[in-house]
Design a binder for this molecule. Structure first.
Ligand code: ZN
Length: 464
């Protein structure tokens, strides 16, 4: 274990706190995963990248083999049932296909796979058992084929969201149902008919509610009390509040997780994302026009707790920044670089509640240092430090030449940032008297219809 301390903003206390794991040899992190009925949009990708950064940092501090990261897959949900019916495919086909695309998309964003990725449908027995325990302890009741959690049975309900009872009821937009004893009570189990997936249970043929999934799966893989529970701000209420109620009442614990970490909201092109507005960006679509690392960099350029506006302009800026870094890392044999640890200031920034904007600013400082290094040896050292620092953030994993060769599937014309980077690259190649490379770049630009004009003041370009 390292002496380094991580600070995290804890939603439970509304404060930045020093992170102290229950067991440093087994640091446990849970994040709510996707409901697999549709491709992940950029709002789904933000928590994945943010908590991947946390996962990487925890691995650095405690050691890779001492961090356990669980992210579930919700493959039972009414939205899934509706979508499968609409598309005329089986529920299994829909959920497996969507989960597969999800994994590939998140891998393209350089997010490490979680240590365990449990599926809800493979954990039904654990949910039934937990519901039974809640009934036995007087925290839940069966009525009319349903099982409900009794909110008034838990004195401390609402501690995470800090809402009072009336706000809770209003916030949950609760359904009034004849089988509910209290309007705030929420579903643990509900009946299924022939058209919906279901399992036999002591309360009849049915399926679980959403909240109980995370309580049962986190308990199975991480224990009754674990270190960090993460998710989007929109999940605090009711989802996380209800997870806490279920887990603490079933296990007689004070806390489900010690630290609750939430990422901020995402707007796209300045507006709330909506299919009708035309700003509903799926990761899958974005990957056709942008390298995954560009999307990741754009996401990391805003602090994870701050609201973020995701935009094409932001992607262009991310691409230009990454082009600069890859230029610095170009023409070096990775094997020739000395071993390097990530930069200390960069690690400090990340350890301070994942301050990724500050860490990125530090990457730029390191790139400048590499460019200005007076000797070949010092340059290699600076390049190695830059590379190790970027890798901690899931960046610079591409081969620099492959990076610049990449072009979008659509074969669309190059963006201004792309062209600027290529022009800069050609100038550099000429300076280094690598004329073959300079010509190759010129040809690449020509193919894209870009005309170069070398003059006394440098190289100008125009679209031909
Ligand atoms: Zn959850």
């Amino acid at each position: 274990m390292s002496a380094m301390t991580i600070k995290l903003h804890n939603t439970l206390t509304r404060q930045k706190e020093t992170f102290e794991p229950i067991d440093p040899a087994n640091v446990r992190l849970y994040a709510c995963g996707p409901t697999v009925y549709d491709y992940a949009h950029i709002g789904n990708a933000r928590p994945v990248v943010a908590f991947d950064m946390l996962f990487r940092l925890l691995r650095l501090v405690y050691g890779e083999e001492h961090v356990l990261y669980v992210r579930n897959i919700t493959d039972i949900d009414d939205k899934i049932n509706a979508r499968a019916k609409e598309s005329g495919i089986s529920i299994r086909e829909l959920t497996e296909g969507t989960a597969e695309v999800y994994r590939a998309d998140m891998a393209a964003l350089e997010a490490l796979p979680p240590s365990v990725e449990p599926r809800a449908t493979e954990n039904i027995a654990g949910m039934i058992e937990m519901i039974g325990t809640l009934i036995d302890k007087g925290h839940a009741y069966a009525a009319d084929g349903h099982v409900l959690f009794s909110v008034p049975s838990m004195e401390k309900y609402g501690g995470l969201s800090r809402r009072n009872r009336d706000e809770l009821i209003a916030g949950a937009r609760v359904e009034v149902a004849p089988y509910k004893k209290d309007p705030a009570d929420f579903i643990l189990w509900k009946p299924s008919d022939d058209e919906t997936p279901g399992w036999e249970s002591p309360w009849g043929y049915g399926r679980p509610g959403w909240h109980i999934e995370c309580s049962a799966m986190s308990a199975r893989y991480l224990g009754e009390e674990f270190d960090i529970h993460a998710g989007g701000l929109d999940l605090i209420f009711p989802h996380h509040e209800n997870e806490i109620a279920q887990s603490c009442c079933a296990h007689d614990t004070e806390r489900m997780a010690r630290y609750w970490v939430h990422n901020g909201f995402v707007t796209v092109e300045g507006e709330k994302m909506a299919k009708s507005v035309g700003n509903f960006y799926t990761v899958n679509d974005l990957l056709k026009d942008w390298q995954g690392e560009v999307i990741r960099y754009h996401l990391l350029s805003t602090h994870y707790r701050a609201p973020m506006d995701f935009s094409k302009e932001g992607l262009k800026e991310a691409k230009a920044a990454l082009d600069r870094f890859y230029l610095v890392l170009r023409n070096v044999e990775v094997d020739e670089l000395p071993d390097s640890k990530p930069d200390r200031h960069l690690v400090d920034a990340l350890a301070d509640d994942l301050n990724t904007p500050l860490a990125i600013a530090r990457l730029h400082v390191l790139a400048t240092e590499a460019n200005k290094a007076p000797t070949r040896r010092k340059k290699a050292k600076a390049q190695a430090k830059l590379k190790a620092s970027g890798e901690l953030m899931g960046l610079f994993g591409s081969d620099p030449d492959a990076w610049f060769r990449w072009s979008s599937d659509a074969g669309e014309s190059l963006s201004d940032a792309d062209i600027e980077a290529l022009v800069a690259r050609r100038i550099e190649a000429r300076k280094e008297k690598d004329f073959a490379e300079a010509d190759r770049v010129r040809d690449q630009l020509a193919e894209a219809g870009i005309v170069l004009e070398d003059g006394a003041g440098g190289t100008a370009w125009r679209r031909g």
